[in-house]
Design a protein around this ligand. Sequence first.
Ligand code: UD1
Length: 426
Amino acid sequence: MDKLVIEGGKPLSGTIVIQGAKNAALPILAACMLVEGKVTIDHVPKLLDIDVMLNILRELGCRAEHDDQTVRLDTSSLHSSHIPEALMRQMRSSIFLMGPLLARFGEVTIYQPGGCAIGERKIDLHLSGLEALGAEIEEDGSRIVCYAKKLMGAEIHLDFPSVGATENIMMAAVLAEGLTTISNAAREPEIQDLQHFLNRMGAKIIGAGTDTITVEGVEKLTPCSYQVIPDRIVTGTVMVAAAATRGQVTLLNTCPSHLTSLIHVLRRTGVQIAVDGDIIKVGTASRPKSIDRIVTSPYPAFPTDLQSQIMVLLALADGVSVMKETIFEGRFKHVDELARMGADIRVDLSSAFIRGVSRLYGATVEATDLRAGAALVIAGLAAQGKTVVEQVHHIDRGYDRIETMLGRLGARITRFSPVPNNTIVP
Ligand code: UD1
C-alpha cells in the first residue's frame, strides 16, 4: 500500500485549481444509464471511486473512456442490469445505479454495499423510495432484486434527508409516469448539479436545493455534454490546510456559496478569507482561536465530510472546542491517530472535546477512511518533523493525487509505492 511522507512545518503558499466534485460526478455518471447514446462529462476527477464506477459501467456493457478530466460514455451497448457483488462491495456509490437501471431495464440486481469505516450506512430509504414508485423488491441475503414493469410517480417523504436516496429517487422518477414529489429531500449542491444534468437531457425537475423536489416524468431523454461543479470538500480541505500551516493560498475554480458554513467557522478562528467570483483566498499568520461548538448536519449546515479536517485546526487552537457529529456514528477514527501526533482530544459518544495544543509532532499514522486520511495529511503539513501517512488508497478515493496538488503549494510531501521485491520507491 502507498504511503505519504510529509516534512511538516512549512506554510502553504501559492495558487491551485480545484478538481471537479466526486460526489456530483458519481450520481451523474450513474444517471447517464437513463439515456441511450453518447454522453460527455467534463471536470471528472481521476479518482479510485470514479475508476470503480467506470469499471461497473463497462461490466454492464457501456463504453467508457476517461482522458484527462473528460469521461466519454456510449450507453447504446448497455446490456445488463446486474451489478456483480465484488464490484458492488468496492464502493457504496454503486447504489446510485439502482434507480437509473430500474428505470431503463425494468429490473436491477444489486448487493448490499455493506457497512464501512464511518458507520452502518443503511439503504432503507433508497429501497422504500423505489417501492413507492412501484418497484417490487426481493431481498435474499445480501442480494437485492428490484422489478417494475412501469414506474409510477408518487409522493415520497424521506424520514431523513439522505443525499443518496434523494438522488436515486430523482433518477428513477425521471422516466416514471406522472408526477413525483420528494419531501424532506436533501439540499446538497451535488443534488442541484444532478438536476441540471438531468434537465439538460430533457428531464423536468424543479426544486433541487430546497427540501421539496418535483419530477414530472418524461418518455425519453436525449444525450448531452455536461461539466460537473467544483469539489467543495476538496476546496474546504485545502482551505483548512492553508489555515493550519498559517499559509496564504489562492484557490481557483471554486464555488464559495457551497462553503458558507466552513467560511463562517474559519473566520471565527481568525483566518482571513476573501471571495471574488469563483476565487477564494485564505490566509493567516497567527494561532487559531477555538470554537465553542460545531455540529455536523445536512447541508447547508457544517458538512460531516469536513469534520475531521477542521478538527486538526481546532487541535492547534488556543482554547477548548467541541465538535458534535450527527451524521455518521463512527466518524472519529482520526482522533486516535491525531493523538499520536500530540493532539489532546477526548471523545464522548458523538462529541469530541478538543483542547488545543501549541504544536503537533510528526508520527506514523494510518488513514482509516477518506476524510480522516485528508485530516492526517493536514496534520502532517502543520506538524513539526516527519509524518508518514499509511493506507493512502483511502485518500485516493476522493483526492486526485493529493501530493501533487499540495506540492504545487510548496508542501514537502512524497508518495512511496511498494514494488514486488519489497523495496519502496517514490
Ligand atoms: C453522501 C456523500 C458523503 C457524505 C454524505 C453526508 C456521496 C457520493 N457521498 O453519502 O460523502 O458524507 O452524503 O453528507 O454523495 N441513511 C439511512 N438510510 C438510507 C440512507 C442513509 O439511514 O437509506 C443514513 C446513513 O446511515 C447516514 C445518513 O443517513 O447516517 C446520511 O447518509 P446519506 O445522506 O445517504 O449519505 P450518502 O448519500 O451515503
